[in-house]
Ligand binder design. Sequence first.
Ligand code: HEC
Length: 124
Amino acid sequence: MRWDEDPEIIALGKKVFEGETYEDLFCAGCHGKDGAFLINGARDLRTSQSVSRNHDRLLKDWTDADWFKSVSLGVPPSPMMAWLDEYPPKAIWLAIAYAKQFHKKPENQKLPPPEELEPVHDLW
Ligand code: HEC
């Protein structure tokens, strides 16, 4: 079994993603508990067509390294912070394990493509 398909890892990842492990590391506060973004510009984690500002692949093709880069470095100065500056790598990996699940769900297979990215400086 892949590390990110292990139900125990995913359950721990849910706690990180939903801000239970670290109050201020609250991915769901912006990306939504179901991966549907709540704040303007936050990446839609439900659709396999989402893009990254840190590399050229679509979400469906993001490697573990791509995910780690995206969540560690974030997109300063947008609200997506460089989380690795403040939190341990383990927390980043757990959040990723959970974040990777949304676009695999059956109900998320026929979503329209995400909106075009806005300039980072318009996001605040
Ligand atoms: C304060 C709100 C906020 C929080 C908390 C937050 N994000 Fe984001 N996230 C955003 C916004 C806004 C963007 C889009 C930034 C942009 O492209 O300008 C984003 C982008 C991303 C991206 C795409 C980055 C890229 O490479 O372009 C990923 C993946 C992501 N978030 C995952 C997470 C995870 C996992 C967490 C928790 C560890 C998290 N986010 C916490 C707001 C947030």
